[in-house]
Design a protein around this ligand. Structure first.
Ligand code: TXA
Ligand code: MG
Length: 336
């Protein structure tokens, strides 16, 4: 299949392709998404195929008008209203009870649906012009780091999708925060740019699902299927190192004879005697979020066998960066 490359002014064209049952990679403020008409099961199937995505991993439905929510969800609790008022449009996905109109392929047979209203203007225009809510998982091959620019999308999906739009670099760089509102107490399933403390300020209590910090038992019944798969993984083996800058530098320097790369903070650089890629300043979690996936992809291009990543703290947006790092490392964590 030949993939059509679209410029950012071609939102009409993108919508036309989607309306005809095509799948199109589109920019959002978090990461690029691979979009299709939510109600077109054949098109949704194409997404799973192009990404190599397991069919038990449900998709997020994207809307560009709050009113579209009533078409999709059957219950709209007060806490959802509060979160929507504060954070939409933006990088927050809510899990709510679904209406039967949503095909079961979208929700992997679950009785809830994930909904998000992106703030990216191109995404909004494409959704509006398509005239339907759009499903859009991240526009990467399943398992690889999510795409934060057009080149990443093409690397993974060129030739497998109908079209892709170049909308520049994604502002956030990590996928949206996912919160489930299907139980009495809201539950954080995936951390993102909207932090637990941001959420607690608006709705009070929030449970952090254990999968945010730790490996899941693969046989266990999981609330968010996405959390059970190995994710964000470069081809190299990744080891996550929790240490001070000095100890981290000393450790990676001692491994100089290995074919390695240090995925480090800017502040570490002066102490390193090995090849490195910096993913931002130590205390700037938003910058780390923006640079992490690109850095993982760059590290892979260097064809090293091991990446020693310096772990960030888990304050604020740091929890989201840390969550992706432990998955990229396959939970291989070294504390020094
Ligand atoms: O920022 C984002 O959310 C991006 C952009 C493109 O919008 N999309 C994205 O989609 O990250 P995806 O498919 O890569 O991740 C969706 C996550 C998965 O972990 C999935 O398991 C979870 O949301 N999810 C979807 N529907 C769910 C549901 N009904 N219940 C629980 N988890 C759900
Ligand atoms: Mg994804």
């Amino acid at each position: 299949m030949k993939t059509l490359y679209l410029k950012s002014y071609e939102t009409e064209k993108a919508a036309e392709i989607i309306k005809k049952g095509g799948i199109v990679a589109i920019p959002t403020e978090t990461v690029y998404g691979l979009a299709a008409n939510t109600f077109d099961e054949k098109a949704v199937k194409k997404i799973f195929l192009a990404k190599g995505r397991p069919s038990d991993n449900p998709l997020i439905v994207h809307i560009a008008e709050i009113n579209n929510l009533y078409q999709i969800v059957s219950d709209f609790p007060d806490k959802a209203k509060k979160l929507i008022e504060k954070f939409w449009p933006g990088p927050l996905t809510l899990i709510l009870p679904k209406k039967p109109i949503i095909p079961s392929i979208v929700t992997a047979d679950m009785n809830s649906v994930a909904v998000r209203f992106p703030s990216n203007k191109l995404a909004q225009e494409i959704i509006k012009k398509s005239g339907v809510p759009l499903v859009a998982p991240s526009a990467n091959s399943s398992g690889s780091p999510s795409p934060t620019n057009f080149t990443h999308v093409l690397k993974d999906l060129s030739g497998k999708i109908d079209a892709a739009m170049d909308g520049g670099n994604c502002r956030v760089g990590l996928e949206s925060t996912v919160i489930s509102l299907t139980e009495k107490i809201p539950r954080l399933l995936r951390p993102g740019a909207v932090t637990p403390s941001d959420v607690r300020k608006v709705i009070g209590e929030l449970i952090i699902d254990s999968s945010v910090y730790s490996e899941l038992d693969l046989k266990a019944k999981v609330i968010s299927p996405g959390t059970k798969y190995k994710h964000y993984s470069p081809k190299a083996k990744v080891v996550l190192v929790q240490a001070s800058s000095e100890k981290y530098a000393e450790f990676v320097n001692s491994k100089f004879s290995e074919n390695l790369l240090a995925l480090c903070f800017y502040e570490d650089i002066s102490m390193l005697k090995v090849p490195y890629i910096s993913y931002g300043n130590k205390n700037n979690y938003s910058l780390q979020a923006k640079k992490l996936f690109e850095s993982l992809r760059k590290a892979d291009e260097k064809k090293v066998s091991t990446i020693y990543a310096h772990a960030c703290n888990t304050e604020g947006v740091g929890i989201a960066v840390y969550n992706r790092l432990i998955r990229a490392a396959g939970f291989n964590i070294l504390k020094l």
